[in-house]
Design a protein around this ligand. Structure first.
Ligand code: MLC
Ligand code: AMP
Length: 508
């Protein structure tokens, strides 16, 4: 039996295939029938380009419905989809292409010359382009292909995707996600949020992370629902289009920006069935403010690349601000003592490491068995790196992170990656990169720098030194020069002290 995600989608198609799958604000888009035909055509093109079952297809393109067709077609040919943030620089891409060894790299048309060079360096056999309006060499090859395709059968354990997540130390790791992971998680969300063919989702997230790609698209597809597809989030545009939909999924920055819109009120959202937030903590303050202004309680859920979605506040029942709700169907969750090597479960109410187990948990890190063994226990539990507890009503609350990671507007930023570059800049003795409260992005990436004796370091020089080397969203919003970094007796930099010292930096 074919256990691929696409087979599951095929088993849940809406009865009317002319029903919209994706619609764009200009009236374009794909019905379910169009989606079936188009993904078949893309699949033929991929086969022509030499993509074999198990091969990686790396994709760095702007958001478009065609990019979703490419994702689904990759699944149909048995390939492994590898989405890449469209903000990544050539330096960042070189590592991903070299590590994942894709057969095909699909990039934006404007990036073709640079991508060709990179593909050559990384021994990527094929390059194709796909633009945000469906233009490019891939589409030229897709056009005219047959509208039927015999899908390559996959087992539940076969890989469907690899998504890179940076590490607290060292290199980025490719999280290997199977068809079984995707199908089980999408099913759990359909059940938990009662998604149906009547649902219309306003899709304003990027599609190179699990939130926009898997949580949004896979679950809507398994429900036979429809999506209104925006190129990117824009609060005024979202409010304007809201009457056409009944669901919104976003990161907390979506909700703080919507709250800044004077037009947001009860009447503007009265028809909405559900607002979902995730990828970063939604403050209880934002949750309450949104409820006061609109009468709607945002449903907060918690997940990560390696596990898909783990917990969700209830659809029916109290959605409690500052909590991420209960484990989803099929997901087991426990809290263990982070200071003890053997899993030691803590009493309810005590904070510790959040561990999860279930069909949602990934298959390990691509070609990094030792890293996999560090985070995936022998009994199948994955150590999330998030610190939390289960309250007396069973709601999970996240109180912190054991991993040195910043979440800015829903994107993860790993301080080590910045510190390693900053420390090589002229006049810098050492640096510490921290996240401090930011009104728009939740946490603002902030670099604290110490100059070498006799040197004078300016904020602008550090900013210029990072330019072009890291994606823009990772760049520090501020660089602060200090005399020395606080250290403990072991010599370890005390980032907590720095976070405390600069906690009001972005408060007006
Ligand atoms: C953009 N910028 C950011 C940023 N996004 N800076 C810090 N953090 C961010 N998240 C920078 C740009 O580089 C640019 O800087 C300036 O801000 C404006 O750029 P923009 O393109 O206009 O950005 P904007 O549209 O305002 O984007 C903000 C945003 C976007 C919040 C809408 O970041 C976004 O869509 N975030 C969602 C991320 C997401 O999908 N995460 C899910 C991960 S999956 P400059 O200097 O160039 O001017 C996951 C698991 C789970 O975590 O549980 O879901
Ligand atoms: P990623 O590696 O991009 O998948 O990010 C996953 C991380 O995002 C998790 O380990 C959490 O730290 C964080 N995260 C996701 N959802 C939430 C949430 N609702 N509240 C707090 N943190 C969250």
């Amino acid at each position: 039996m074919n256990q691929s995600l696409f087979a599951a989608i095929g088993a849940h198609l809406p009865s009317d295939l002319q029903k919209p799958f994706i619609r764009t604000p200009d009236g374009g888009g794909y019905s379910y029938a169009d989606m079936l035909r188009s993904t078949a055509q893309f699949a033929h093109a991929l086969v022509e380009l030499g993509v074999q079952p198990g091969d990686r297809v790396a994709v760095q393109v702007d958001k478009s419905p065609e990019a979703i067709m490419l994702y689904l077609a990759t699944l149909r040919v048995g390939g492994v989809y590898l989405p890449l943030n469209s903000g990544y620089t050539a330096d960042e891409l070189r590592y991903f292409l070299g590590d994942a060894q894709p057969t095909l790299f699909v990039c934006a048309p404007a990036f073709e010359a640079e991508a060709r060079q990179l593909a050559g360096e990384c021994a990527v056999a094929q390059l194709a382009t796909l633009g945000s309006h469906g233009e490019g060499s891939l589409m030229t090859r897709v056009d005219g292909q047959p509208g039927n395709f015999a899908d390559v059968p996959r087992s539940a354990d076969d890989l469907a995707a690899i998504l890179y997540t940076s590490g607290t130390t060292g290199r980025s790791k490719g999280a290997m996600i199977s068809h079984g992971n995707l199908v089980s998680n999408a099913r759990a969300l359909v059940q938990a949020w009662q998604l149906s063919a009547d649902d219309w989702l306003l899709h304003a997230l990027p599609i190179f992370h699990i939130h926009g790609l898997f949580v949004a698209c896979n679950s809507l597809l398994l429900a036979g629902g429809s999506m209104l597809f925006l190129e990117k989030f824009d609060a005024a545009e979202v409010l304007r289009l809201l009457p056409q939909v009944n669901l919104l999924m976003g990161v907390p920055t979506f909700y703080t920006r919507l709250l800044d819109q004077p037009e947001l009120n009860h009447a503007a959202v009265a028809h909405m069935r559900l607002f979902v937030s995730g990828s970063a903590p939604l403050t209880a303050e934002t949750h309450r403010a949104f409820r006061e202004r609109t009468g709607q309680a945002i449903l907060e859920r918690y997940g990560m690349t390696e596990t898909g979605m783990n917990t969700s506040n209830p659809l029916d029942g109290e959605r409690i601000a500052g909590t991420v709700g209960f484990p989803l169907p099929g997901v087991e969750l426990r809290i263990t003592d982070p200071g003890v090597a053997e899993p030691t479960v803590l009493p309810q109410g005590e904070p510790g490491m959040i561990e999860v187990r279930g069909p949602n948990v990934f298959q390990g890190y691509w070609r990094m068995p030792e890293k996999t063994a560090e985070e995936l226990r022998a009994d199948g539990y994955f150590m999330t790196g998030d610190i939390g507890f289960i309250d007396e009503r069973g709601y999970v609350q996240i109180v912190g992170r054991s991993k040195d990671m910043i979440i800015s507007g829903g994107y993860n930023v790993y301080p080590k990656e910045l510190e390693q570059i900053i420390d090589t800049l002229p006049g810098v003795a050492e640096s510490a990169v921290i996240g401090v409260p930011h009104p728009d992005f939740g946490e603002g990436v902030t670099a604290v720098v110490v100059a070498t004796p006799g040197a004078v370091v300016q904020e602008a020089e550090i900013v210029a030194g990072l330019d072009g080397r890291l994606a823009r969203y990772k760049q520090p919003k501020r660089v602060l020069v200090v005399d020395a970094l606080p250290r403990n007796v072991m010599g370890k930099v005390q980032k907590n002290q720095l976070r405390d010292r600069f906690k009001d930096l972005y408060r007006s």
